[in-house]
Design a binder for this molecule. Structure first.
Ligand SMILES: Cc1ncc(COP(=O)(O)O)c(C=O)c1O
Length: 431
């Protein structure tokens, strides 16, 4: 298989009843219809559009629907008491500093703490190799701006994280999607794609507990990926927000730990191991790259929230975050087991699903020709009151309709069992 290269953007014209939007060819003006006449937008806005999936997911927000759609952590596991104490102290004891501006790269204590955690994970890191971000998502946005010119080829897994496509799209890349199997990205396909596309410069990967596919890249594939990156002069964006959420087995080393040439930027996040609402993540990489990313961050938002950085730092100093991560892992491991057991029990044999060793998602493969979005709209939602994310949206180039992503982290055991059983009944009835 299996490389897919996107053609340069097609003309786009789209009208929605609620918000009329008229996007014309990228070469011509991109305009937004308004009552007083069209407003002309930058050309890059041709790639920034509302998605049909968002509308479907909105339906899943109905409280009578069991949603396996969102990628949210379980809020029941948030360490509220500890955070309440820390935030109160941070204002009462040093509010004049914690509520003041600080520095774009992040407060130095938190950079040191992140550097120490990276070192524990096999990546010796100096504090000036750490940039504190507003969530890992900001890192993808900044890296996209730093690295991608219009028309540049960006290589991703096929499927890939939707948030990465959203972050990269305004820079007008062409995507090249490489299929995966149970060991992650197919390296023979990657090599063939690199030979065929020698100008490709950026590779984005989620090697640990992939979103949406749930698979982890094996050690051998990681080694091969780094050989190819060195040979073909790629910058590798290693996105690892789920890395600490491993439910069994031993973690393979990160790509960053194998990087001898300063070409990997590794992104991490507090969203899945502490709380997402503090919007804190980090990038680690060669100081020159991190410094440039920091300049883009300065332009984007000046800095991450001072009080949130202080709170995260105090949390790491005062509480045992690794013990907290063990609690999260135990809870999610159990939920994963409940979901996989329910899938085995209730789903027809011809529907495949991945068995993730960590993270938050399993990826369904329906028979060829099955349309997971239509099935959700016409059957799963109205008849079973169940939502998931139809998979087509995760494909950077040729969308495949016969997939879906299920998240197992937020529902109760009973809801997982009920929801999967109800889907199973509908899926069996479809023959
Ligand atoms: C693969 C991946 N990368 C990055 C993010 C961004 O997370 P955050 O911005 O909350 O750190 C997510 C969130 O779901 C994700 O799944």
């Amino acid at each position: 298989m299996t490389a897919h290269v996107a053609q340069p953007a097609e003309p786009v014209c789209l009208t929605q009843p609620a918000e009329p939007i008229c996007l014309t060819q990228p070469e011509g003006p991109v305009c937004l219809a308004q009552p007083g006449g069209p407003i002309r937008l930058a050309r890059r806005m041709a790639r920034v559009q509302p998605s049909a999936v968002r509308d479907l997911l909105r339906l899943g927000a109905d409280p009578t629907v069991t949603s396996f759609g969102g990628g949210y952590p379980d809020a029941g596991l948030f360490p509220l008491a500890g955070l309440a104490e820390i935030y109160r102290e941070a204002i009462a004891e040093s509010g004049r500093e914690t509520l003041q501006y600080s520095v774009p790269e992040g407060i130095s204590r938190l950079r040191e703490q992140v550097a120490a955690r990276m070192a524990q994970d096999g990546m010796p890191t100096a504090p000036d190799e750490v940039l504190i971000l507003q969530g890992g998502q900001q890192g993808l946005d900044l890296a996209g701006r730093m690295l991608i010119d219009p028309g540049d080829i960006v290589i991703t897994e096929n499927p890939t994280f939707l948030g990465a496509l959203l972050a990269f799209d305004p820079n007008e890349p062409r995507y090249l999607g490489i299929d995966m199997d149970g060991e992650g990205m197919d390296m023979a396909a990657l090599e063939a794609a690199l030979v065929a596309n020698p100008t490709a410069r950026v590779l984005y990967t989620v090697p640990d507990f992939h979103n949406p596919a749930g698979v982890t890249m094996s050690l051998a594939r990681r080694q091969r990926l780094m050989e190819l990156a060195n040979r073909h002069d790629l910058v590798v964006l290693e996105d690892a927000p789920y890395r600490a959420l491993r439910y069994e087995g031993v973690a393979p080393p990160t790509l960053r730990s194998m990087d001898t040439e300063g070409r990997v930027i590794h992104f991490g996040s507090f969203s899945k191991i502490l709380v997402p609402g503090m919007r804190l993540g980090w990038a680690v990489g060669a100081p020159a790259l991190i410094e440039r990313l920091g300049l883009l961050k300065l332009a984007a938002d000046t800095q991450s929230s001072t009080i949130n950085m202080v709170a995260a730092s105090r949390f790491l100093d005062r509480f045992d975050i690794d013990a907290h991560i063990v609690t999260i892992r135990d809870a999610y491991r159990h939920k994963r087991d409940v979901m996989l057991a329910a899938l085995r029990r209730h789903f027809p044999q011809d529907i495949g699903f991945t068995e993730p060793a960590g993270g938050m998602f399993t990826w369904l493969t329906f028979p060829e020709g099955f349309d997971a979005a239509a099935f959700m709209r016409d059957h799963a939602l109205p008849e079973a009151r169940v939502a998931y994310v139809p998979g087509a949206t995760f494909f950077p180039v040729e969308q495949r309709s016969n997939h879906a992503r299920l998240s197992f982290t937020t529902n109760s055991d009973a809801d997982i069992e009920r929801g999967i059983a109800a889907l199973g009944v509908l899926l069996r009835a479809r023959r």
